[in-house]
Design a protein around this ligand. Structure first.
Ligand SMILES: C[S@@+](CC[C@H](N)C(=O)[O-])C[C@H]1O[C@@H](n2cnc3c(N)ncnc32)[C@H](O)[C@@H]1O
Length: 347
């Protein structure tokens, strides 16, 4: 098991302060100057993008170009400047165009009161549940949506869903009919629609925990009469050990660690390892610091995520290593926009 040394890349918003201080100016006047320069650069970019979008030809390409440009600007000017620029972009008149995309608008409006709710992810899955929202979309919004949900981040999220279903199915094959699974921050548990083990009744129980009662209600309706057990619960409850839900062969969290500070991520990982049966696996996923859609997401979508590097993932895995854990690995999905950690407990 090779453990990479901490990489001083300075590329992400969660890079330690010491690194970004070194690479980017902290002085207020310098930052203000740079914000002006970055705003001027954005003005040129958005001018070109809106012309291309209004031309009615190859709008998906125009959105792709805009997303790439915003990523580059974010990277080039660094966190302090980007934090000033992102709200300016959000309140720019172009937001009215981009937010015709139902996925972008849902994220910006936050109908559930927080970022990254399960319905937002349903847009990425193109789940039938969002067909009513899609039906209300303008032709321009639909064209923009065709690219936004096929950008590298959403592609990685769809792959993540397949990976989760495969882990569940592999666990069922390994363990047999006593298989117990726990999904933390389950959302709508859409990976269950792809699980052969669930379809073939090869699981004892699949506990789906989420803090949003509407998501829990959706799971309860869709999976009544199955072994899926929806639980209205939170990370806080798990950490406080208020939820006594037993021991599991597989525990996973996807779309959650992206919002957790390192301290909470480490604590949650420790608690999850305690809840594993011998031979069990804990998996958590995080958007990686190589993700390409961050500028668009943080500006027009007002969707901020904590991106993590390989070294960040290892730090969490290493600080939770115990005498009864045998192995940890950190690996990327196909397009490297999502990074995964798996930790196994001794049999
Ligand atoms: C991005 S969605 C991910 C859904 C699903 N895991 C997936 O991969 O499609 C994030 C989910 O995390 C849940 N969540 C966020 N913070 C949470 C917390 N502190 N405790 C429990 N659930 C939480 C939200 O309610 C939401 O359903």
């Amino acid at each position: 098991m090779t453990k990479p040394v901490f990489s001083l890349d300075g590329r992400s918003l969660i890079t330690p302060q010491s690194v970004s201080d070194h690479l980017f100016p902290r002085n207020g006047a310098q930052i203000a100057d740079l914000v002006q320069t970055a705003a001027a650069e954005f003005a040129i970019i958005i001018n070109v993008a809106t012309q291309r979008l209004s031309s009615n030809q190859n709008r998906a390409d125009a959105v792709k170009w805009l997303i790439t440009q915003l990523h580059e600007v974010r990277l080039k000017y660094g966190p302090a400047v980007w934090q000033e620029l992102a709200p300016m972009i959000r309140s720019h008149s172009s937001a009215e165009i981009l937010q015709q995309c139902p996925f972008t608008k849902w994220s910006f409006d936050k109908p559930r009161g927080y970022s990254g709710d399960a319905t937002l992810i349903d847009f990425i899955y193109r789940h039938p549940a969002i067909s009513e929202e899609l039906a209300k979309t303008t032709p321009l919004g639909r064209d923009i949506f065709e690219y936004t949900i096929n950008a590298p981040g959403p592609v990685a999220v769809r792959e993540r869903r397949n990976i989760l279903a495969d882990f569940v199915d592999d666990t069922a094959t390994r363990v047999g009919p006593d298989t117990e699974i726990l999904a933390i921050a389950a959302g709508h548990l859409r990976e269950a629609e792809m699980s052969k083990a669930l379809l073939e009744h090869r699981l004892k129980r699949w506990v789906a925990l989420d803090q949003d009662p509407i998501s829990i209600g959706t799971i309860a309706t869709q999976y009544r009469k199955t072994c899926v057990e929806p639980i209205d619960g939170s990370v806080r409850g798990l950490l406080a050990k208020r939820q006594q839900i037993g021991q599991f062969d597989l525990i996973y969290a996807a779309g959650l660690y992206d919002y957790l500070s390192e301290k909470v991520a480490i604590r949650l990982t420790q608690v999850c390892i305690e809840m594993l049966k011998p031979g069990g696996t804990f998996l958590f996923a995080n958007f990686s610091d190589e993700m390409a859609d961050d500028g668009y997401m943080e500006s027009y979508m007002n969707w901020e995520l904590l991106q993590r590097s390989e070294a960040d993932m290892w730090r969490i895995a290493n600080s939770t290593a115990r005498a009864d854990t045998v192995d940890a690995s950190v690996w990327y999905g196909h397009n490297r926009n999502i990074i995964y950690t798996t930790i196994e407990k001794k049999s």
